[in-house]
Ligand binder design. Structure first.
Ligand code: MN
Length: 405
């Protein structure tokens, strides 16, 4: 990559999906090669730009999965992870041999904590290893990403030095991970601005800066967006936010932010929003758990409303309580859940959908019995509602039965 980026390119945020690497290495998420392939095809369909398929040297299974994805998935660029070691980089390159477009992703810790206790090397050796590794990777691939692991807990001057060495050795993307989910949006944004200012070659050579955030403090998405506002043009994320410990930034949330708040960010991604729900479902069927019901965008309750005031507003105009339609992210239509917090408007709406047109007086009568039932029962089903009607009501039933769901 050379020269400055075009205006159009500056407005696109690349989506780097690591569901099959960071996501897959977390508890309950391991996948077979066949499952990884199914997931890779779903990720291709949803429009990710870069697909991190695994850590080639980690196991034969990982290698085989990357190799088969590289042979068959053509949309996204395929990335393979490597430590800053010759054998790792060569294994990554081999796993990508059949890829249309390949990226070797090299990482080395930059924090003293990791260098001293985990790797038992000094700063000088870490810089040397960074230069050697990135240079070697560039002899095997045109596209090389470098990540100083634990960037957010690293000495700032040393981190800048390490990034400078990687850029000089030919890294085309620099990813600065918040490996342990420790940073804040303001602080993370400042890190990106500072690195860009202190290493002019980044902007001059069109090196892409990237975020990689973990959700240990529930800040992964907010931190990723802050990095983008400070100039990052790649976000690393996963479907349903799976990943080490509390997980990574959730892809669906990142994409929805740029879509719903296009007025604020003035940026876009290549993600096909209507396919988000399907890819989330595919992952849920493969691993051992789905997103929590209240999970943004893809949770079962993300477009459900129970309270009377909200249901009344939704029936009057969905914009009252929805900032995006469920259809826009491929979810089922809005659910007005009938429960103890529901009001007469929702009850009447549901009964009409079921084909029962009641007078105001009759409705009030049914409503009192409905509230008494809802106090005892968490979920009220259509059969329960019909059970609340008198024989006379049931006989009045109109012909409208179309919309029963
Ligand atoms: Mn990670």
């Amino acid at each position: 990559m050379s020269g400055t980026m075009s205006e159009a390119a500056k407005q696109q945020v690349l989506i780097f999906d690591t569901t099959l690497r960071d996501g897959e290495q977390s508890p309950g998420c391991s996948m077979t090669t066949e499952e990884k392939l199914t997931m890779a095809r779903a990720l291709e369909a949803v429009g990710v730009d870069i697909l991190e398929a695994g850590f080639a040297i980690a196991s034969e299974g990982d290698f085989a999965a990357i190799d088969s994805i590289a042979r068959t998935v053509r949309g996204p660029k395929i990335a393979s992870l490597a430590r800053a070691r010759r054998e790792d980089i060569e294994a990554a390159a081999r796993s990508l041999e059949h890829a249309d477009r390949a990226r070797i992703h090299v990482f080395l810790a930059s924090s003293d904590l990791h260098l001293e206790y985990k790797l038992r090397i000094g700063r000088e050796q870490a810089l040397h290893q960074t230069g050697e590794a990135v240079h070697h990777a560039r002899t095997l691939a045109d596209d090389v990403e470098f990540s100083p692991e634990d960037a957010t807990r690293s000495d700032r001057d040393f981190l800048v030095e390490m990034v400078r060495v990687a850029v000089e050795a030919g890294a085309t993307t620099i990813n600065m991970p918040d490996t342990v989910g420790y940073t804040t949006p303001e602080e993370y944004g400042r890190l990106f601005r500072e690195v860009r200012e202190r290493i002019p070659a980044i902007d001059a050579q069109g090196v892409i800066l990237s975020s990689h955030c973990h959700d240990d403090l529930g800040m992964a998405v907010a931190n990723s967006l802050a990095a983008v506002q400070a100039g990052a043009r790649q976000v690393e994320c996963t479907i349903n936010g799976i990943g080490e410990r509390a997980g990574n930034a959730a892809l669906e949330e990142i994409a929805a932010n740029f879509f719903v708040r296009a007025d604020y960010y003035h940026l876009h991604t290549g993600i096909h929003l209507k396919k988000l729900n399907a890819v989330s479902q595919t992952l849920r069927e493969i691993i051992s758990f789905g997103p929590s019901p209240n999970k943004a965008i893809v949770g079962a309750n993300a477009f459900a409303h129970e309270s009377g005031i909200h249901q009344h507003g939704m029936l009057a105009n969905p914009l009252c309580y929805e900032i995006m339609t469920p259809e826009s992210v491929g979810a089922d239509s809005t659910h007005l859940v009938l429960g103890k917090h529901s009001g007469r408007a929702a009850l009447r709406h549901r009964l009409e959908t079921l084909g029962y047109a009641l007078t105001a007086e009759e409705l009030l009568d049914v409503y009192h019995r409905f509230v008494a039932l809802a106090d005892r029962k968490k979920n009220i089903y259509d059969q329960d509602l019909i059970g609340l009607l008198t024989t006379q009501h049931r006989e009045q039933k109109s012909g409208n039965m179309a919309a029963v769901d």
